[in-house]
Design a binder for this molecule. Sequence first.
Ligand SMILES: NC(=O)c1ccc[n+]([C@@H]2O[C@H](COP(=O)([O-])OP(=O)(O)OC[C@H]3O[C@@H](n4cnc5c(N)ncnc54)[C@H](OP(=O)(O)O)[C@@H]3O)[C@@H](O)[C@H]2O)c1
Length: 272
Amino acid sequence: MKYVKLNSGDQMPLLGLGTWQLRGQKCVDSVKMAVEIGYDHIDTADGYDNHQAVGKGIKESGIDRDDLFITSKIKPENLHYDNIKADAKRFLDELDIDYLNLLLIHWPNKDIPLEESLKALREVKEEGLAKNIGVSNFTINHLKDAIEIDPDLVAVNQVEFHPTLYQKDLLDFCQENGIVLTAYSPLARGEVFKNDVIKELADKYNKSASKLTLKWLIDKDIVAIPKASSREHLESNFDLFDWDLPAEVRKKMDQLNEDNRIIDPAWGEFNY
Ligand SMILES: NC(=O)c1ccc[n+]([C@@H]2O[C@H](COP(=O)([O-])OP(=O)(O)OC[C@H]3O[C@@H](n4cnc5c(N)ncnc54)[C@H](OP(=O)(O)O)[C@@H]3O)[C@@H](O)[C@H]2O)c1
């Protein structure tokens, strides 16, 4: 595993397991398998309705809690002060752990003042319920607002990011401001396997399209959280740490942006 340093000094694993759409026993099994393979980072959210299953998978894997990095996210409708304070405790109960490594605002909500949400999140951090605070689906303008309110609270921005949605300006802004970018849907939900340029590079270098894509991300100090449920996929995605990304791959993948946003619940409506 390789790590990137957060503004708190904590180390965040550059690869994690995404768990959206994993529920029940399938979720328990995937989390357990991932930990057995060597994953030390799990990404969940209140909205995924799988906190209990993730917690069970962690328990059954036998890993020491302190050897794992666990992220969860607060639903956009629950961003009022009291909701956040209550949710942080509920998440810990559901996951059966006593702190989160990272707690995110899942989506911005223009109807709830960001000041109010950040005040509650600052307190959640000070109480030790979450070691780090971050956001998700924030644009540069949202991040500027957050930095103005509480300059060093936001440690991470989790956004859709893959070669055909290469958000270079957002990445540069994050890195210039000490914010780690996490790439969600890093495999473009399977679309990387259909991209002709990536397919050609995969054939030439004898590495799958998913490996090349994940390596392209972590090489830029971007955290990648691919979702995988089979042992084969989990193992394949973990095989990133003992080879180098060929310069040609980096160069060609840097040129694939098509502003191809796949996860888009009314993106333009509340983002500016
Ligand atoms: N913050 C947000 O708003 C937000 C939004 C979306 C996602 N996320 C997070 O990001 C995570 C990942 O995103 P995602 O689930 O949308 O998509 P993704 O990780 O880009 O793609 C997942 C798909 O790729 C397949 N896959 C994984 N590894 C593979 C491999 N080595 N070979 C072939 N296929 C492979 C999976 O299949 P199998 O399941 O069959 O293995 C699954 O169908 C989510 O689970 C969630 O944790 C966050």
